[in-house]
Design a protein around this ligand. Structure first.
Ligand SMILES: [Fe+2]
Length: 287
């Protein structure tokens, strides 16, 4: 059974979303969909998510899953919007509860916000197996960037790596978010790189430093030979030192504060106020 993948790029957050399916008319999963957000005007846009809807309808796909690799800090999730439009179950790692507990305090969320992951339709246990129609799949627990990262392995030859690996010339995801750990990320990545050399790795982001085009896919072999942070021969301690040095230079993601409060609610926007307008919360002088 061939694993078919269609990838969509959101230029404002440099994020790839993927649709995974097996044939015209089959079941599918949508991975890491983006709800665009303009921080200056406070306007959201479903333009990118609507391209995915068009693709799903054109291929007569039946959405079984809306899969998040983690609680993203650089874009709002369109999972709730796509669920309303197309159906499907929104799923994330069971470790999301740890992320929810931390950010409930940051945002001083309402009493009714429970940190048990119940905002999602399904929480994956570490390495849980599941299916997307006839395709077998597994939710590989790959913590390090955050405690709640999953890489979705679909069929024998495709893995959606989330924020672990980037293209070989870009390296790896940062590890300085709450609950992040560079040693843990190194071990998670080595696990992915133990997969067969020809395994296709689909990325969550690409940030080319040169003028090459953005690229959504690489392979285990390419990563082992060329990744500037974790190619074969780079030890865990060398990686941890490199990551610590690099992370110390990084600003917080531009959309971190708007994003996480939505993403820990499975992409649901806050309830409207009495005037019918929805508001995001921004903690001052905290982060
Ligand atoms: Fe991330």
């Amino acid at each position: 059974m061939k694993t078919l993948v269609a990838s969509f790029f959101d230029p404002s957050s440099a994020t790839f979303s993927h649709v995974v399916y097996s044939a015209h008319g089959s079941e599918c999963a949508i991975i890491d969909p983006v709800l665009r957000y303009d921080a200056i005007s406070g306007r959201t846009s479903t333009a990118g998510a609507d391209e995915i809807i068009d693709f799903v309808r054109a291929h007569a796909l039946n959405v079984e899953w809306l899969l998040e690799t983690h609680a993203h800090a650089d874009h709002l999730s369109a999972a709730a919007y796509l669920r309303r439009e197309l159906g499907g179950r929104v799923a994330i790692s069971a470790q999301i509860c740890e992320v929810q507990r931390f950010f409930r305090e940051v945002y001083d969320l309402e009493r009714g916000f429970v940190c048990d992951g119940s905002q999602f339709d399904h929480l994956f246990a570490a390495d849980e197996s599941f299916s997307i129609g006839p395709l077998t799949a597994q939710a590989l627990h790959v913590p390090g960037h955050t405690p709640a990262d999953i890489a979705y392995r679909v069929g024998d030859d495709a893995v959606f790596v989330g924020d672990t690996l980037f293209m070989p010339d870009v390296g790896t995801a940062r590890c300085d978010f709450p609950g992040g750990d560079a040693g843990m990320l190194y071990r998670s990545i080595r696990r992915l790189l133990d997969l067969p050399a020809e395994t296709r790795l689909y990325l969550c982001h690409d940030y080319p430093a040169t003028d090459r085009d953005v690229c959504s896919q690489t392979t285990v072999a390419q990563q082992r030979a060329q990744n500037i942070h974790v190619r074969d021969g780079i030890t865990e301690s060398a990686f941890v030192a490199l990551r610590a040095q690099r992370d110390a230079t990084l600003d917080l993601p531009r959309l971190m504060l708007p994003s996480i409060q939505v993403n820990i609610r499975a992409g649901s926007l806050p309830r409207p106020g009495r005037n019918g307008v929805r508001y995001l919360k921004i903690p001052l002088d905290l982060m």
